[in-house]
Design a protein around this ligand. Sequence first.
Ligand SMILES: Nc1ncnc2c1ncn2[C@@H]1O[C@H](COP(=O)(O)OP(=O)(O)OP(=O)(O)O)[C@@H](O)[C@H]1O
Ligand SMILES: [Mg+2]
Length: 368
Amino acid sequence: MSEQIITAVTNQLHTVIDPYTSAKITAGKSLKKVTVDDKTVSVLLSKGYPVAPVVRELSELIQAALKDVELGSRDLEVVIDQDIISHSAQQGVKAVPGIKNIIAIASGKGGVGKSTVSANLSLALSAAGAKVAILDADIYGPSQPRMMGIKGKPEALENKMLLPMKGHGMKVMSIGFLVEEDTPMIWRGPMVTQALEQMLRGTDWNNDGDDIDYLVIDLPPGTGDIQLTLSQKVPVSGAVIVTTPQDIALLDARKAYKMFEKVDVPIFGVIENMSTHVCTNCGHEEAIFGEHGAHKMAEDYSLDVLGEIPLEMSIRELADSGTPTVVAQPDSETAKRYQSIALKIAGKLSVKKKDFSAAFPNIVVENS
Ligand SMILES: Nc1ncnc2c1ncn2[C@@H]1O[C@H](COP(=O)(O)OP(=O)(O)OP(=O)(O)O)[C@@H](O)[C@H]1O
Ligand SMILES: [Mg+2]
């Protein structure tokens, strides 16, 4: 009898789709155990992304899917925990000690909200129970010290490694900690790319013994030196493209997409930022920059729209004053949107094959 219950429950579990991975909830060896005794049927799942905010939602999906399975008089118990593993990146690029996965936040056009999105998504992943760090790769215009509300300079260790700074419980490294806020960086390309590599590999990310599940890299705009270095020297698991809905930003977002495609960095999807304006007085929503731009782009390239973030005065005020929306207003509609996007990215990453980069040939990009 218990064998039959286990089979029926397992079969039914395979039909449930995980909304954060868009794959079967059992995919990637997530289903650890189904056990049956006189009183209880227990299901144990271990997901590859941080589940704290969604344990209940996932449990309810499972309960609903199993409602017609004959369990006798037994109760159904669903336990969901997490095990975030490392996914390898581009072939031949060395891993960074202490960092399991790297996610890059990119855009074609400047000022579309990459840094704000990076800060809020990182905080959302952290609130969901992951160990997260931010690397500010914008050498000319670092934003993370201000957005994460961090002042001071990082401590240098005896071996010349830098200790990351901390803000809202997360580790952060930025060139902004090393220069004054109003000092321009007058550097040529090679120095800029060297600075990026040095910040990545010269930071002691797990000095406290805690490996980082996700390092979020806040990129500068465009498809220049930093992006090329990223694709060749940084082991990225995937990138996210931030755009605003107007045509001019989308045009540049398409270029960013094509660049990542050329250098074999997978794209998790597109985030439409400043998608509609919400009036602070009356709550009326207006599509100032046009509608559905990101959807059109996503359709053209078979990408997912990971979510939309409205143009909201408080997003700017909170990010620019050092306590982004996700920590300042965790129960707000906007924080929930960031949360959902963050889990979709982590979810998508979790169902990637552990060594998917090996499937690609090594492509050398040359100017012709
Ligand atoms: N959804 C939003 N609503 C309102 N203001 C926003 C929103 N997203 C970002 N901003 C504000 O817009 C400005 C630009 O955002 P941000 O610095 O994140 O863009 P960016 O893409 O990182 O820019 P850059 O290309 O210069 O790095 C900031 O002042 C930020 O607070
Ligand atoms: Mg920025």
